[in-house]
Structure formats: structure tokens, C-alpha cells
Design a protein around this ligand. Structure first.
Ligand code: UTP
Length: 294
């Protein structure tokens, strides 16, 4: 029986260059998606999947991300003084949503390096990695499925999604053989292949469940493209040694590190919002009539 996964690591120390100039001074994880910063969706997803120990890999530029899950005593007291008890409770609840700790990546030396910094916190246990560029609006279903797959197989599990071949060069790509249900056995991993070299149309998405042995493999990775330590290199070693599964999914993902998908997330999630949705829907209908002649 595989060990239960209790910890999640959220690497959030990247520079966010695809979202400049916003990200010059504002961490992309703090961009609001409707009425919550993106990072909150990711921590809530981990909690929904049953994980309550979260390690943020932060950087000197990402202090607001750490602060979002800390107490804000002054703010809470002022809200209480004004009788805004529900707002005060909401602010306080963010500090209690999970056990959120952080470690700093002093230099952006790559995703693999960021994950390796979690070694001391995680120890000799399996753990989940959630990239906060990807927000999943699925109530934790994908991550729960991946945790269950780890429990059944005792092998690391990576989230995979089908993409058109023309887009595959933006992602890590996995060759895989069918296993059972949405689980496939990963046989090859290639980082950002040209479409003609890609072994499949399955792209690696920002959700992983790793056996603790990944830390040893990360320690052996030499800097690759741009001097970065690539997570994919360590995953390829781990896969070759002890095997790895892919969990194929299709719904619920937004890449909010990318401007176009960020806009899609904002509109679709605003439409689903219980308070804001109905009025926003009417606004969109009117807008479409006025500007698009629909
Ligand atoms: P990306 O490759 O998307 O890089 O990182 P980025 O810097 O965040 O964004 P762009 O591409 O320049 O716009 C994937 C994930 O790995 C984290 C990022 O924060 C993101 O969650 N990361 C990346 C680190 O934590 N440290 C790094 O050195 C690199």
C-alpha cells in the first residue's frame, strides 16, 4: 500500500515574462481571476483534494503571495471595529485554509530547482506539485484522481491533456501506452518538442504526484537550456527507473500565465459566479448585440 500524500508544493518563483508589463512589479499569482487571486484557486484545489500542508516556493519578488495566506491583524481588527465581521472572518480564514509555509528561491534557476528546494520540508514522503499558472476549476477532481492513482500504483503520476500537434511545442510531451481508464503508462518524456519530433499529442500539465525519489534525481540534473534545472530531466530518469503514470483529463484548466487564457478564465468564471454571474451575463449579451451585431 503506497504512502498517503499529505503535502503539496507550489512553485511560484518564476519571472512571469509572458505577462509583462503587469508582472514587472505584481506577481502573476496575485492577478485577480474574478474576485480571488489566482494562487487562492490553487491552494483551494489542494485542500479540496484532501491536502492541508502546502509549501510555496516563493522569491524576494513574491512576498504578497506569502502574505495572502498569513494573518493580517491590523486589517482584521479594523474590520471588526467597523462591524464587518464576515469580511474579518473571510480574511482570517485565508490564514487557516491550510498549513501554508514558504521557502525562497533566491534565483530563478528553473522549475526543477524550485521543486528541489522542497526536499527538507517534504522529507521522505510522496508529494503533489501544483503549478499556479494552471488553475483547475473542477473542485479538486483531477488532483483527487491523481492521488488515488498514486495510492493504487505507488508510482509517480503526471497530468496529461491532448493538444493539437501545432501547439505541442509549448509543452512537455509524453509518449504513453494505455493502462486503465484515464491512466496511461508513460514511456517517454520530451521537453517542448517540434511538432514533427513530438512522440504524441499528450502535453504535460502543471499537476504532478511524485515519489520522494524525484529529489535524488533532481540533484543529479545538470543545467540545461538557459542554465535552468529542468524538472522534465529528473522525471525522465525517475520514469526509466521505477515507471510513471499519466492521468489524462480534458476539462477545467486555464493557463492564467498566458494573456488570452487569462481573459477566458475571467469571463467564464465570472459567468459562473453566484452573485456576479447573472448581471454579467446580461452585460455580455448587450455587449454582443451592440458591438458584434449578434
Ligand atoms: P514558467 O516556465 O511558466 O516560467 O514556469 P515563468 O517565469 O513563471 O513564466 P514565463 O514563462 O516567463 O511567463 C512554470 C512554473 O515554475 C515556476 C513558475 O513560477 C511557474 O509556476 N518556476 C519557474 C519557479 O518557481 N522557479 C523558476 O526558476 C522557474
Amino acid at each position: 500500500m503506497a504512502q498517503v500524500v499529505r503535502k503539496a508544493v507550489i512553485p511560484a518563483a518564476g519571472l512571469g515574462t509572458r505577462f509583462l508589463p503587469v508582472t514587472k512589479a505584481v506577481p502573476k499569482e496575485m492577478l485577480p481571476v474574478v474576485d480571488k487571486p489566482a494562487i487562492q484557486y490553487v491552494v483551494e484545489e489542494a485542500v479540496a483534494a484532501g491536502i492541508d500542508d502546502v509549501l510555496l516556493v516563493s522569491s524576494p519578488y513574491k512576498k504578497p503571495v506569502e502574505d495572502h495566506f498569513d494573518r493580517a491583524f491590523e486589517l482584521e481588527r479594523r474590520l471588526e471595529d467597523k462591524g464587518k465581521h464576515a469580511d474579518a472572518a473571510g480574511v482570517r480564514a485565508l490564514a487557516e485554509i491550510a498549513q501554508v509555509a514558504s521557502v525562497r528561491q533566491g534565483e530563478p534557476l528553473g522549475l526543477g530547482h524550485a521543486v528541489s528546494l522542497a526536499r527538507r520540508h517534504v522529507g521522505d514522503e510522496p508529494f503533489a506539485v501544483l503549478l499556479p499558472d494552471d488553475i483547475m476549476v473542477d473542485g479538486g477532481e483531477l488532483l483527487r484522481g491523481m492521488l488515488a492513482a498514486y495510492g493504487e500504483t505507488g508510482r509517480s503520476v503526471v497530468a496529461l491533456k491532448e493538444f493539437p500537434m501545432s501547439e505541442i511545442s509549448s509543452y512537455g510531451c509524453a509518449a504513453a501506452e494505455p493502462h486503465a481508464g484515464n491512466l496511461v503508462r508513460v514511456t517517454q518524456l520530451v521537453e517542448k518538442p517540434k511538432p514533427e519530433d513530438a512522440p504524441s499529442n499528450l502535453a504535460v500539465m502543471g499537476r504532478y504526484v511524485f515519489a520522494p525519489a524525484i529529489f535524488g534525481d533532481l540533484a543529479e540534473v545538470r543545467p540545461g537550456h538557459g542554465g535552468e534545472i529542468q524538472l522534465t530531466d529528473a522525471m525522465a530518469t525517475l520514469m526509466a527507473r521505477e515507471g510513471m503514470f499519466g492521468y489524462v483529463f480534458s476539462e477545467g484548466r486555464y493557463d492564467i500565465g498566458q494573456k488570452q487564457d487569462f481573459l477566458r478564465a475571467t469571463v467564464e468564471l465570472a459567468l459562473e459566479h453566484p452573485d456576479l454571474g447573472p448581471e454579467f451575463r446580461q452585460f455580455l449579451v448587450d455587449l454582443a448585440k451592440r458591438h458584434l451585431g449578434l
